[in-house]
Design a protein. Sequence first.
Length: 305
Amino acid sequence: MSNSRSLSAETHEAAETTTFLQDFLALIKIGIVNSNLITVFTGLWLAFQFSDRHFLQEMDILVYTLVGSALIIAGSAAMNNYIDMDIDPLMASKKARPTVTGRFKPSAVLALASFFIVIGELFLFSASVSAGLFGIAGILAYVVLYSMWSKRKHVGNTIVGSISGAIPPLIGWAAVEPTLGWGAWALFLIMFVWQPPHFYALAMKRTEEYRAAGIPMLPVVKGFHRTKKSMLAWVLLLFPLPFLLMDLGISFIILATLLNIGWLVLAIRGFNVKDDLKWAKTMFIYSLNYMTILFVSMIIFAVFV
């Protein structure tokens, strides 16, 4: 009973220290929206460059795709918060979520999420039918396959969740070139393989929270050593993938390979560290910088090829 009162007091305090805007941005997971928009734009940009079309002459496609993607990602994130309302109060890192503090009522969250998803899909279908269909695939992968099914039942939930995270660049590409191509699928594979070591690092940091919530994340079920081995394997899988984008030139291949080597060295060092959580934090930060640098460099190098 005392733990329950303590938790209630913490969530009440968190609710009083946030503004409506902060709560709204937390509800739609603005960080995830922004990072995914980078990959959507990269898909758009490369498709324009490789098809010799100029985006300034097709600004409608650019706007439809970016706005539509932002809305479906925000809506799916809000839907995830709605689905996780019963377990989020058990995790200290999520006690400030507006669905936990009560600042957003469940019915309002569900309505807002649904509205964003529907309007977002209308924008994507305005860009191209293919973009709209990939948008639906991403929503189903995140909301149904990950949030409603695998997250609470299977240790491979992170890999399942990686499907949805890898679809945004396909949406961007499909808005310009609906039939896609090797470049689009290269972006998909890079994003798919990047996600497990990224999220395993985060899961290591929050192992006890996931354990308390009954979520079978890999560090919870298999332990840290097994998680490190898996992270190393996924980092190794990244090495050949930049070569699928040879059209971006040798400078891009060199940069991507250097980033992969840096991540590999860091992953190997993990087997000899004394502080696993400090190492996991470093791996997590490196993964964020890796993704940002890699995708921004694709945009830059595409201009000069």
